[in-house]
Write a protein that binds this ligand. Structure first.
Ligand code: FES
Length: 125
């Protein structure tokens, strides 16, 4: 089953203005994640403007129908983060429940989990 990475494309790190970037950090991270996910089976990317975790950007969510959802934040827009997020999403796609054993977590996602949400059933329970 396909796992979707939803990346906030309006996130800005604290020093964003000082760095004079033309794009937001979220746009930069989204582009890196999109490139890293090319050719990776079971992983889809979408962008969304503001996941309401603005003080802890860059933020993203990892989701698939019928599986645990993971919200992550505090990422820099760099290659290590992008590669780690895509690898975690790939492992999420291969997992029946969405849970990925800690020993398989890429180093780049450690310390970036904000929350884990249980599956919502068809009746909202
Ligand atoms: S701007 Fe990214 S969470 Fe609000």
């Amino acid at each position: 089953m396909t796992t979707t990475i939803t990346i906030c494309d309006t996130c800005k790190r604290e020093d964003w203005a000082k760095r004079g970037m033309a794009q937001t950090d979220g746009e930069a991270l989204a582009a890196l994640i999109e490139a890293a996910a090319k050719g990776v089976n079971g992983v889809k990317i979408r962008r969304h403007s503001c996941l309401m975790g603005c003080g802890k950007g860059c933020n993203l969510a990892i989701q698939a129908p019928g599986k645990l959802t993971y919200v992550m934040g505090d990422f820099d827009a760099d290659q290590d983060s992008a590669t780690g997020v895509v690898e975690y999403a790939r492992l999420h796609s291969e997992s029946e429940s969405g849970q990925v054993p800690f020993k398989q977590w890429p180093q780049a996602v450690k310390g970036h989990f904000v929350s884990r949400l249980p599956v919502l059933g068809p009746e909202g329970e």
